[in-house]
Design a protein around this ligand. Structure first.
Ligand code: TYD
Ligand code: MG
Length: 454
């Protein structure tokens, strides 16, 4: 094997000295490819006895003024950014092809330009005329955004050097091509090199850079995950293609809370902000029906109400189905097991389907109790009271753990016209005016109270 040859996994970014079919790092198959142009990394270079310079150190008490941020005026975006765009920051916006990343970033570019930043939008996928047509359709024809259609990174950096914008948008990083690496655009090493050159250049020159990254079928930003390590902020733009709702989610943010979401709606004139997502997620809810439970959740810093829908039916198969959309499948298995072991309510011989209405992905453990309620309501064919929200984490023992931000959850529920809540006992017992809160200690107590003897 030639000296300096290296291979890396496109899923987890681990490096190897030889090719194999399966990555030892993450266990994925067929994700290892050769890195051309990049040697095995800095670790492989001998330091050769050369002395480095002394790094200036400072103590933790050093006064650092918080970075001055620019607000786009799109509240949903500004909140996800942690309160506006930080100068000289590097961002990655990932999402499925066609989900609306270019639309979002063109709108954001126009807003940031309107807020006084010099903005350059580089498209490697569409011709300038195409982007201009889209901008006109979005009613942004007059926005002072400079467009470029280019994929050659060296030319782009030279342009940025002379133009000195405050923000550059690169759509997408997979189309960029750096001549320092001799492999095809879109390959792992190209994406990594292009992202690295761009971010380090932007940091040096005080330019903020937003890179678009397409997500592969497996749900990872195509090319190396290592791009995620290079940037300050990673946002995912999610949603179902058939649904009009889009969620912008911060999965990593050096300048704000992670897990913050912004909610948008894809309309004929681009993305519209959804200021009240709870109303949107509950909008399809009709009269109370069995299998429906409203969860009072927290997404980032904001309370969001969502409806869990369950369907339980006798299975024609030897192995009953467990199908989940918008929630974690293994968490569902756990709740079914706890219901059976602690409450004596089996789901054997029953197919179970669980869905989060509106296309939101819920990750909070506090949704456990709402899931259990939806499952039981479906199994017993008994609707839950329409005016009640539910939240609380279920432990394997069947005990309920208090959820954070009880008061915020209750206030949001009250705002949307709910009058009652079922919540875990213990913890900070927040209240909200006009809400009657039932405190449940464990799952058995909850089942007894809500569904009679169970
Ligand atoms: P786009 O931003 O091109 O997606 P991405 O950059 O993530 O690949 O979005 C393309 C989709 O959005 C396309 O299917 C059409 C739809 N769309 C609208 O519904 N309304 C609009 O105003 C625009 C610009 C796009
Ligand atoms: Mg696009």
């Amino acid at each position: 094997m030639a000296k300096g040859q290296a291979f890396s996994c496109s899923a987890c970014g681990a490096s190897f000295s030889k090719w194999s079919g399966r990555c030892e790092g993450c266990g994925e198959w067929n994700t290892i490819s050769e890195d051309t142009g990049l040697a095995a990394g800095p670790g492989s270079k001998s330091l050769g006895g050369r002395r480095g310079r002394t790094v200036p150190l400072s103590d933790l008490a050093t006064q650092e003024a918080p970075p001055p941020r620019t607000l786009s005026g799109m509240d949903e975006l500004d909140r996800v950014l942690g309160g506006g765009l930080v100068p000289a920051s590097a961002l990655l916006v990932g999402g499925d092809p066609g989900i609306g990343k270019s639309t979002l970033l063109l709108q954001a570019a126009a807003r940031f330009a309107g807020a006084g930043l010099k903005v350059i939008y580089i498209s490697g996928e569409e011709a300038s005329a195409q982007v201009r047509m889209r901008a006109q359709r979005l009613g942004l024809g007059e926005a002072p955004v400079q467009l470029g259609a280019e994929t050659n990174l060296r030319d782009i950096l030279t342009t940025l050097e002379s133009e000195r914008p405050a923000l550059v948008i690169i759509d997408s990083i997979q189309t960029m091509w750096s001549d320092s690496v001799d492999s095809a655009p879109g390959s792992v090493s190209q994406v990594r090199a292009a992202a690295h050159e761009l971010t380090s250049f932007a940091k040096r020159k005080g330019i903020s850079v937003i890179m678009v990254g397409h997500v592969t079928k497996e749900g990872q930003i195509a090319g190396p995950r290592v791009v995620e390590h290079m940037v300050d902020t990673v946002l995912y733009f999610e949603g179902e293609r058939g649904h009009q709702f889009r969620i912008l989610r911060a999965v990593k943010n050096r300048f704000g809370p992670a897990d913050e979401i912004g909610v948008f709606e894809m309309t004929g004139r681009g993305l519209a902000e959804v200021a009240n997502p709870s109303a949107l997620f509950l909008s399809e809810r009709g009269s109370p029906s069995p299998g429906s439970a409203v969860f009072a959740g927290i997404e980032g810093t904001r309370p969001v109400l969502v409806e869990f829908q369950a369907l339980v039916a006798p299975t024609p198969h030897s192995q009953p189905r467990r199908t989940v959309v918008g929630w974690d499948g293994s968490r569902l298995a756990m709740i079914l097991a706890v219901l059976e072991a602690r409450c004596g309510i089996p789901f054997t011989g029953l197919d179970v389907y669980l869905n989060v209405a509106g296309g939101l992905k819920v990750g909070e453990p506090a949704a456990d109790l709402a899931v259990a309620a939806a499952l039981l309501s479906a199994r017993e064919d008994a609707a839950l009271p329409a005016d009640t929200v539910i939240f609380g984490e279920i432990s394997l023992s069947g005990a309920l753990r208090p959820a954070p931000q009880t008061e915020n959850r209750l206030k949001e529920a009250q705002k949307l016209g709910f009058t009652a809540a079922i919540a875990p006992a213990g913890g900070k017992s927040g209240t909200a005016p006009g809400m009657s809160v039932t405190r449940a200690v464990d799952l058995v107590g909850f089942v007894g109270e809500t569904f009679g003897a169970g």
